[in-house]
Design a protein around this ligand. Sequence first.
Ligand code: DGL
Length: 269
Amino acid sequence: MEPIGIFDSGLGGLTVLSAIRKKMPFENLIYFGDTARVPYGSKSKETIIRYSLEILDFLLKKNVKMVVVACNTASSHALESLRAKSPIPIIGVVEPGIDALFRNTGIIKKAGVIATRSTVNSHSYVHALRKKNDDIFLYQKACPLFVPLIEEGFANKSVTEMVIREYLEEFNREDIRHIILGCTHYPLIKEAILRIYPHFELIDSSTETSETVFRKADELNLLNEENRSAGRNGSIEIYASDLTESLEELRRMFFGESIDKMEKVSLQW
Ligand code: DGL
């Protein structure tokens, strides 16, 4: 049975791969991390769309039956272009993030989303929220320093604590309690944020995304029933556009589980 393709600007999307693996262990999964061109969070819409379409092409050649855009920045800018070009379903992480907000809250008047600068500028979370509910005011905050700090392994260092206060004190002051983690990397500083602001409800979209993927695959009869009924686990393949020294460390940080295969691929650009 064909695999599910998952991609991100780098390895942060492995948090989404991990959630999908947990929800659907019977599926064959192919992950692509654009490690040669990360970060996307500071790039233009045009560039993000071009990169995303190239990755779609790579995944289609791998015969995937569905694509999950694990990257918030790519989901914010490229989803429509990907859907227009794709013969198979494309699932992003922004709508599941909003669904997760509703699942985790009662009636609230305001919420927050933290993300890369590019995601914030796209207003994708505001648009997705508006489609569902007009009453909640969504405060957006770009936190561009979080990704490099996390990739440097500084999630629990005091410098990150200072940066968290700098970015999030405003939410605290405005009495915003529910905050969507609108970036693949941010689940890794969840604990650090909660140490400073224990009353915050941090909403991670990866579990909700895996639920959406399951529902969609089920609806379209795309589940790997053969493996599922045999109780067999699917395979996991990871591809990256660059293999760097710190990659193994990052892979462990984001994924934990061991991987059979990690291979460098060159995209045409
Ligand atoms: N994957 C990106 C996101 O979720 C974060 C890293 C980047 O800027 O490329 O927005």
